[in-house]
Design a protein. Structure first.
Length: 367
């Protein structure tokens, strides 16, 4: 049975609950409220992270709502307790990025990932509080990044995987100039209760088309394609059983108030009477390493681990996936010990099928 590692490879930090956009598919419950992370929370997390970073590369990911909504001065205070060796990443909608923010990001060596869903017409659900389009503001932020020579990744949400879309998106992001592209098929989680059940052929076809577009001009890294190719290579050379780490990464998510949710950032801010809430402690009361050392005290986690083992025994894709994600299980099934979810089908099973279908259909001719 896979347990949970006591030391993570990264932590997720929510510096504020506020977002200046109101995307239709967003899962966050408090994005209209400005609840900032106290600097004491950042200092408590840094006490653990600085130790972990001495043993090798370690990342802090500032994510959840819009991190730059904290403002530069306050964000600098949150960054201050972390040692120079800690790697910082920010997931941003880019609408607030200007020359001053670029100077800040460069000075603090913060790596940037921009949320944008492709060409203008693909961003109709990424709107401001009054429903106004955000695309022009996103592009102004991207232009500022380019002007300052700041490389960036891109994260794209796909709500309907239709024929032709993957090629359109890949060509768009090539021109945009990102270094890495990640694509999420929209998930039903958090406050987003829209369905995400798509025809299998449509989803596998989307991923197959994306592989084809990437192969024609592989100048950027495509996260999902590279995951799949690494796994396929491991299967071919007989090392597939080593792809998944022996223990699950705890992925501690530190909410604005210091509460800690393990395994799934999307559970932060939610609760259920059956499990109390989903937190495992608070860094203002208990050191983060102590919280990570006793995951079994969190009621829902034992149920989740039972579900992981059910996936292992029933799903031929387990070696690639590692078991359905906790938040997807909960928000789709209402429990943590269910197995296959629509997220599994869309972003793991159909992904791998699409990559393999492309490989099968594009074999070199026999000599």
């Amino acid at each position: 049975m896979r347990g949970i590692a006591s030391v993570p490879t990264y932590v997720v930090m929510q510096p504020t609950t506020l977002c200046n956009l109101d995307c239709a598919y967003c899962y966050l419950p408090f994005r209209s409220q400005d609840r900032k992370m106290p600097t004491e929370v950042a200092a408590a997390v840094a006490a653990a992270v600085n130790d972990w970073a001495r043993d090798g590369r370690f990342s802090v990911v500032w994510h959840g709502s819009e991190p730059l909504a904290t403002g530069r001065e306050y964000f600098a205070e949150l960054l201050a307790p972390f040692d120079p060796g800690v790697e910082h990443h920010v997931q941003t909608n880019a609408t607030l990025i200007d020359d001053a923010w670029c100077e800040f990001l460069t000075a603090h060596q913060v790596r940037v990932s921009v949320s944008v869903d492709g060409p203008r017409e693909r961003n109709s659900e990424r709107v401001g509080r009054g429903g106004q389009p955000s695309y022009d503001r996103v592009m102004r932020g991207v232009e500022a990044l380019r002007r300052h020579g700041i490389g960036f990744s891109a994260l794209c949400v796909v709500s309907e995987p239709t024929p032709g879309l993957a090629t359109e998106l890949y060509d768009y992001f090539l021109e945009l100039g990102c270094d890495v592209l990640g694509i999420n098929i929209e998930e039903m989680e958090g406050v987003n209760r829209r369905g995400n059940d798509h025809p299998a052929a449509a989803v596998s076809g989307f991923w197959s088309e994306l592989v084809a577009a990437w192969r024609r001009d592989p100048r950027i890294h495509v996260r999902e394609v590279e995951w799949s190719l690494r796994y396929a290579a491991a299967v071919l050379d007989g090392t597939a059983d080593r792809v998944l780490p022996a223990q699950l990464d705890p992925i501690p998510t530190i909410a604005y108030d210091g509460s800690v949710v393990l395994l799934s950032p999307e559970l932060a801010g939610f609760s259920d009477p059956r499990y109390a809430d989903f937190t495992s402690g608070n860094v203002l009361a208990t050191p983060l390493p102590t919280i990570l050392g006793m995951p079994e005290r969190t009621p829902w986690i034992a149920e989740f681990l039972t579900g992981v083992e059910a996936c292992r025994s029933s799903c031929p894709y387990f070696g690639f996936c590692g078991g359905a994600h906790a938040a997807n299980r909960y928000f789709e099934h209402g429990r943590f010990d269910g197995t296959e979810t629509n997220h599994c089908r869309n972003s793991k099973i159909r992904l791998l099928e699409g990559v393999l279908n492309h490989a099968r259909d594009h074999q070199p001719p026999a000599s």
